[in-house]
Design a protein around this ligand. Structure first.
Ligand code: ZN
Ligand code: ZN
Length: 175
C-alpha cells in the first residue's frame, strides 16, 4: 500500500492508453511481416496449406498485440487500485505466456475512489467512510452485507430491509 495522498484517481481516463494501442498495432504488423515476408524465404520444403498459414500467422500477430494491450491496461488499472504499475508491468513482461496478467487479475486490489462527503480515498468494498462515517453503499441492517438499493430483502440473511430505520438504501435512492 502506498501513501493514499500519492494515488492519482482518474475515473474517466481510458483504461487502455494510446501508446499501448500503437505499440500493439506495430507488433501485429511486424509479426505479420515476419511470417508472410521473411519466414517463407528461408523455407526449403513446400509451404503448409494457405488456410493453415492464415490461421497460424494471425494467431501469433493477435497474441503479440494482446500482450502489449495487456501491459497498457495494467499500467492504467494498477494506480486506480493503489498497486505499483511498474512492478506489475515488470511481472507481465517477465512471466511467460500471460501468466503475469493472470496473476495480476487474481491479486489485484479493489478500485480506490473518493468519499462524496469528505473526499477521503475509499475502496469500492467499503460500506462507510473511515473518516466521516458517510454511508458509501446500501447495506443490510442485520448482517451489514452490501445490498442493492432496490432490494426488499437481504439476499444473504433474508432480513426485511424496509424495517431498517432510515434505510441506507432509501438514502442511496434519493441521491
Ligand atoms: Zn468521508
Ligand atoms: Zn442481511
Amino acid at each position: 500500500m502506498r501513501d493514499p495522498e500519492s494515488i492519482t484517481v482518474n475515473d474517466d481516463a481510458r483504461l487502455i492508453p494510446m501508446w499501448s494501442i500503437i505499440v500493439a498495432t506495430t507488433a501485429f504488423v511486424l509479426v505479420e511481416y515476419y511470417f508472410w515476408m521473411v519466414l517463407p524465404k528461408g523455407r526449403t520444403s513446400a509451404p503448409p496449406p494457405l488456410g493453415f498459414r492464415i490461421y497460424f500467422n494471425l494467431s501469433w500477430g493477435l497474441l503479440a498485440a494482446l500482450y502489449f494491450l495487456m501491459v497498457g491496461y495494467v499500467s492504467k488499472d494498477a494506480p486506480r487500485r493503489a498497486m505499483s504499475s511498474r512492478f506489475w508491468i515488470a511481472i507481465c513482461f517477465v512471466m511467460p505466456g500471460g501468466i503475469g496478467a493472470v496473476l495480476y487479475f487474481l491479486l489485484r486490489q479493489p478500485v480506490i475512489s473518493r468519499c462524496p462527503a469528505c473526499s477521503t480515498h475509499v475502496q469500492s468494498d467499503f460500506h462507510f467512510c473511515p473518516q466521516c462515517n458517510y454511508r458509501l453503499a446500501a447495506n443490510c441492517g442485520n448482517c451489514f452485507r452490501t445490498v442493492r438499493a432496490t432490494d426488499q430483502f437481504c439476499t444473504r440473511c433474508g432480513h426485511e430491509l424496509s424495517r431498517d430505520q432510515m434505510p441506507a438504501r432509501l438514502r442511496v435512492l434519493g441521491e
